[in-house]
Design a protein around this ligand. Sequence first.
Ligand code: ATP
Ligand code: MG
Length: 358
Amino acid sequence: MLTNSRGIAVIIALAISMLVAAFLSLLDTTTATILMVAGGISFSVSYLLINITLEFLVFREIGNIYTLLEKIQKKELSEFSDKSSKSSISPLRRINKVINSYALARQKEIDTLQKNAEFRREFIADISHELKTPIFATQGYIHTLLDGAIDDKEVRMKFLKRAAKSLDSLDVLVQDLLTLNQMESGVIKFTFTQFDLKDLLLEVIDQLEHKASKRKVDLVFQYDEKEDYITSADKQKIYRVCQNLIFNAVKYNNNQGKVKVSLKTSKHNLHVEIKDNGQGIPPEDLKRIFERFYRVEKSRNKKEGGTGLGLAIVKHILEGHKSKISVSSTVGKGSIFSFSLPLVKQVLPEGKEKQDVN
Ligand SMILES: Nc1ncnc2c1ncn2[C@@H]1O[C@H](COP(=O)(O)OP(=O)(O)OP(=O)(O)O)[C@@H](O)[C@H]1O
Ligand SMILES: [Mg+2]
């Protein structure tokens, strides 16, 4: 009986009405009728007031807290409704609200920790997979040499060269991972200098020309010779961005495909666009290609496929320049990658780079 508001209200109202009746009975003028009426009225009024107070300010809110605790157990939390909290004057309502927001915050923390743990698991699996390939290859060549192939001069040279190549790719992978890690933790500093982006692109294209002609890919560069394309950026890192984007456009192209690099200016920016007519990227992969180790499945087994770190590095470098990489692609038709850098309207003496450290 004492566990609900009505039971408590009856007991307290009875006590009050008996007190009232006891006081009234001390007066000489009090009759039995007055005593009964006064006792009845004081009982009803006290019962109503106590019941309403207990029901709306205490028991209902305690009920809500129980429901909330059940929701926390079942992880079915939702934002606390402010409407009902404003219409209530119960202090328990505030406790209810505090418990709700505390539980929500803890739930978010747990979700983030679970996501991080999942990410770490995937990351370790990816790294192990990527490290395995060059290590196994090198191991194979060295063991074959030790098992006797070392005596054959021709085989010896061939296997040593292949082992060295595998170790080189292992070195590239570790360097890329270190770069990404340092960029993510903000250790890497960007050194901004002013330079002509057209010259940098010409350098990259010159370096990749050989790879393009091997695949009979036509690599063209469109820019206005009369124009200056001076920008302020980290030259080495932007070189890396252009190198990966143009190399990707050549690598993931068809034989006799075409790659068009174009450089344009607008009022405040320089726009670089790398367009290819290669295999393209399916829409479901397009949003994931900037993740570490992500590669479109079909390119995984191809020997020209890299480690899948290139675009993750590109994204980080451009973020460090307050810019971002855009991509659009159609399967079977090709892809367009583009980014912008600030235009510096100042002609510098030839071959000079102004130091402008960030
Ligand atoms: N121009 C493109 N056309 C088609 N697919 C592309 C293109 N650029 C990137 N991709 C896809 O996106 C994936 C990720 O590219 P990313 O540059 O990050 O890695 P990668 O070239 O495989 O390796 P890395 O650049 O580290 O040597 C590629 O494996 C490829 O599947
Ligand atoms: Mg790449």
